[in-house]
Design a protein around this ligand. Structure first.
Ligand SMILES: Nc1ncnc2c1ncn2[C@@H]1O[C@H](COP(=O)(O)OP(=O)(O)O)[C@@H](O)[C@H]1O
Ligand SMILES: [Mg+2]
Length: 236
């Protein structure tokens, strides 16, 4: 399966937010989307998920030999095709336990084998399965947010700044999890607000985004050498 974002334009309250964004992400690869705050990363992911409608351009999912135009499709239908968003800020339910958060995402009690599969990635979560969201650390919340995406059995996961605000030790465990997910053949689109060191050994390739435009596409070493991309993303 592959997601193809084809020249999307997005306006919010009459203001142009995305100005012709094109990118692709397929199963089995980790792709970075890098840009400073306000560049349009979250808007891009939300538009892929069907939460925002593009005013121009479209989004396609290639799957099982056919190409589906999902640019006007409802979010739950896009999710059913195998795409899941792990939102920036995590948004887990604070009053629900770890296991209850997973049940809400699954829409019922997940089968034991699925839960075991997920807890294999997150042994920490298994130990605290009955703890409420509000009592979880930032790292545990991020792991739960990713676990909640995995119960929906996606083929491609959109991770919106998953490393934001995490201690270095936790960053390392989230990175391990992302590598594990990739090795199972899933695709990942991960955003990062400029601290490229945190994702550079994780991604197969990256896009740079600035003011709603893709300004770089290529390998991660290249973006740091690209004078224009550097200036627009890091300001030097
Ligand atoms: N709901 C909204 N209403 C108005 N402006 C918005 C809204 N969402 C995003 N924006 C604007 O769109 C731009 C891109 O935002 P966003 O996609 O969240 O950037 P990023 O995720 O890269 O930080 C920003 O200038 C932001 O202020
Ligand atoms: Mg964002």
């Amino acid at each position: 399966m592959k997601i193809i974002v084809d020249n999307i334009h997005v306006h919010i309250s009459g203001v142009k937010i995305l100005n012709g964004v094109s990118l692709e992400v397929g199963e089995g690869e980790v792709v970075g989307l890098i840009g400073r705050n306000g560049a349009g990363k979250t808007t891009t992911l939300k538009t892929i998920m069907g939460l925002i409608r593009p005013t121009e351009g479209s989004i396609y999912i290639e799957r099982d030999g056919s190409t589906i135009d999902v640019g006007r499709m409802k979010p739950y239908k896009i999710a059913r095709l195998g795409v899941t968003l792990v939102p920036q800020g995590r948004f887990i339910f604070p009053d629900l336990t770890v296991i209850e958060n997973l049940e809400v995402a699954y829409g019922g009690v997940p089968p034991d084998d699925l839960l075991e599969d997920i807890f294999r990635y997150f042994p920490e979560l298994k130990k605290i399965r009955d703890r409420k969201g509000i009592h979880l650390s930032g790292g545990e919340q991020q792991m739960l947010a990713i676990a909640r995406a995995l119960v929906m059995k996606p083929r491609i996961i959109l991770l919106d700044e998953p490393l934001e605000g995490l201690a270095p030790k936790i960053v390392a465990s989230v990175r391990r999890i992302i590598n594990g997910i990739k090795s199972e053949g899933l695709g990942i689109l991960i955003t990062e607000a400029g601290n490229i060191k945190r994702i550079q050994d994780l991604v197969d390739r990256v896009y740079g985004i600035d003011r709603g435009e893709i300004i770089y596409s290529g390998d991660v070493e290249g973006i740091m050498k690209d004078v224009d991309a550097r200036r627009r993303i890091w300001g030097f």
